[in-house]
Design a protein around this ligand. Structure first.
Ligand code: HAM
Length: 418
C-alpha cells in the first residue's frame, strides 16, 4: 500500500529555481531603488509575541480576529507568525533605541508573512512582501517620497496596468467624531444594509464602504465622508502630499472610501492596484501611522510606509526571460580510474580561480557527457584522460591538448581572447 503523496500545505507554494531567479531580480531592483533614497535593510523574526499584533494591528481587524497563526511555545508564551511587517519593525525601532539616530530612520524588508486566509490565485497563507518603513518625520514630503518609490519599483518590475488610489484618514480625534457620525448614519439606514455590515456597526463601521452587497452600496453612496471632515492641519497635510505627487506627475485618484485592513493608519493612506490581476488586485499599499509607536509604548513618533506583495507583483508583471546560469567549464571523465579524482580536483581549483565549473556526476558515457555539456551551454569542456586533457572551446571550436595543470590557464586565456 502506498502512503498519500506529501504536498506543500494549502495556500503555500515552493519557489522553484526559475521563480527564484525572478525574485532575485525583484530584490536587486528594490535594493537599488530604495537604497538610493537612503533606506537600509532590516529583517525581524518570523514570529513575535501575539500581543504585538493585537496591540499594533488592531483587535477588531480581520487579521487579528481570524487570520493569525498563533501558538503556544514550550514555555507557555503565546507567539504568532508575523501577519505583517509594520508592527515588528516599530518594535525593533524601539527595542534598539533607533529614536536616538538621526530621523527619519528609513528601513526596508523583503520577508515572508503568514495569514490564514481563503487561498486563491494571488492570495496565499504564506506570502512575501517588500516593504518600507520611514520612522521619525511628519513631513508630507516623506509620504510623497514613499509613494513615488513604490511607483518606481512597480514600473521597474514591469507591473502592468497600475492604478493608485489615495486618501486621508485624519487624526484619531477626527476619526472618532466621524465614526460616531457614520454609525448614526448606518443605524438610520440599517434596513438597507447587509447583515454582516449591520453586525459590525459598533466594531468597525468603516468597513461598510468595502461591502459588495447591493443594498449596502446604495446606502453608502449618500454616507458622510471622512475627507470632508479633516481638520485644518490634516487637510493641509493631505493637500501638500497631493501637490508633491502632482509635481512629480504621478497619476492617482482620490478615493475617500479607501479602507485599509489595519487599524494603525492616520492621515495618508494609499493602495496600488493592477488591472492585470483578478479579484486580488491590490499589489501594494500603506500609509502614515503616527500613533503606532506610542501605542507600542514608545514616545509619540510619526512614520509612514508601505508593503507590496511579491507574488502579486510577479503575477502582474510581464514575463521576463530568465537568464540561463553561466557554465565556464564542464569537466568530463575519460577512461581510466584516476580521471574522476583529477576532474574533481580541477573543478575545485577552477571555482577558486573564479570560474563557474561543474563536473560529470551521473556516470554518463563520453557521448552522454558531451550532450550534458551542450545542455548546460558550457563554454569549455575538458576531457580528462589518463595521459592528457583535451580542452575544447565550444564557442570557437578550437581544441588543444594540455596537462591537467594547464586547464584553468587555458580557459582564462580563451575567455580573454573572445
Ligand atoms: P497590506 O495591505 O495588508 O499592508 O499588505 C500589503 C500587500 O501584501 C498587499 O497589497 C498584497 O499585495 C500583499 N498581500 C497581503 N496579503 C496577502 C496574501 N494573503 N497573499 C498574497 N499577498 C498578500 C500591510 O501589510 C502593511 N504592513 C503595509 C504597511 C507598511 N503600511 C505601513 N507600512
Amino acid at each position: 500500500m502506498s502512503s498519500p503523496k506529501l504536498q506543500a500545505p494549502r495556500g503555500t507554494h515552493d519557489v522553484l529555481p526559475d521563480d527564484a531567479a525572478r525574485r532575485d531580480a525583484l530584490e536587486a531592483a528594490a535594493r537599488r531603488i530604495l537604497g538610493a533614497a537612503g533606506y537600509r535593510r532590516i529583517e525581524t523574526p518570523a514570529f513575535e509575541a501575539t500581543e504585538l499584533f493585537a496591540r499594533g494591528v488592531g483587535a477588531s481587524t480581520d487579521i487579528v480576529q481570524k487570520e493569525m497563526y498563533s501558538f503556544e511555545d514550550g514555555g507557555g508564551r503565546s507567539l504568532t507568525l508575523r501577519p505583517e511587517g509594520t508592527a515588528p519593525v516599530c518594535r525593533a525601532y524601539l527595542e534598539h533605541g533607533m529614536q536616538r539616530l538621526p530621523q527619519p530612520v528609513k528601513l526596508w524588508y523583503l520577508s515572508s508573512f503568514f495569514r490564514y486566509e481563503r487561498a486563491q490565485a494571488g492570495r496565499q497563507r504564506q506570502f512575501w512582501q517588500v516593504g518600507t518603513e520611514a520612522i521619525g518625520s511628519a513631513d508630507p514630503a516623506l509620504d510623497a517620497e514613499s509613494i513615488l518609490l513604490l511607483a518606481e519599483l512597480l514600473e521597474a518590475l514591469g507591473v502592468r496596468d497600475v492604478r493608485l488610489r489615495l486618501s486621508s484618514l485624519g487624526t484619531p480625534e477626527t476619526r472618532a467624531a466621524y465614526r460616531a457620525e457614520l454609525q448614526a448614519y448606518l443605524r438610520a439606514h440599517a434596513d438597507q444594509l447587509s447583515e454582516e455590515v449591520r453586525g459590525r456597526i459598533d466594531v468597525n463601521p468603516l468597513r461598510a464602504f468595502d461591502a459588495d452587497h447591493e443594498g449596502t452600496r446604495a446606502a453608502m453612496a449618500g454616507a458622510p465622508l471622512l475627507v470632508d471632515r479633516l481638520d485644518g492641519e490634516d487637510a493641509e497635510h493631505f493637500a501638500a502630499v497631493r501637490e508633491l505627487l502632482d509635481g512629480a506627475d504621478l497619476a492617482y485618484e482620490v478615493d475617500p472610501t479607501l479602507v485599509r485592513g489595519l487599524d494603525y493608519y492616520t492621515r495618508t493612506v494609499f493602495e496600488f492596484t493592477s488591472d492585470a490581476l483578478g479579484a486580488q488586485s491590490g499589489v501594494g499599499g500603506g500609509g502614515r501611522y503616527d500613533g503606532l509607536i506610542e501605542q507600542l509604548g514608545g514616545p509619540a513618533t510619526p512614520a509612514v510606509g508601505w508593503a507590496a506583495g511579491v507574488e502579486r507583483m510577479l503575477l502582474a508583471a510581464a514575463e521576463q526571460p530568465v537568464g540561463e546560469p553561466v557554465v565556464d567549464l564542464y569537466l568530463l571523465r575519460g577512461s581510466g580510474t584516476a580521471t574522476a579524482a583529477v576532474a574533481f580536483q580541477l573543478a575545485h581549483e577552477a571555482r577558486r580561480a573564479g570560474l563557474a565549473a561543474q563536473l560529470e556526476l551521473a556516470g554518463r558515457s563520453l557521448k552522454g557527457q558531451l550532450k550534458q555539456a551542450d545542455r548546460l551551454g558550457a563554454r569549455f569542456v575538458a576531457i580528462i584522460e589518463e595521459e592528457h586533457v583535451t580542452l575544447r572551446d565550444r564557442q570557437s571550436g578550437s581544441e588543444e591538448t594540455v596537462t591537467p595543470d594547464g586547464v584553468i590557464a587555458g580557459v582564462l586565456r580563451g575567455r580573454q581572447l573572445s
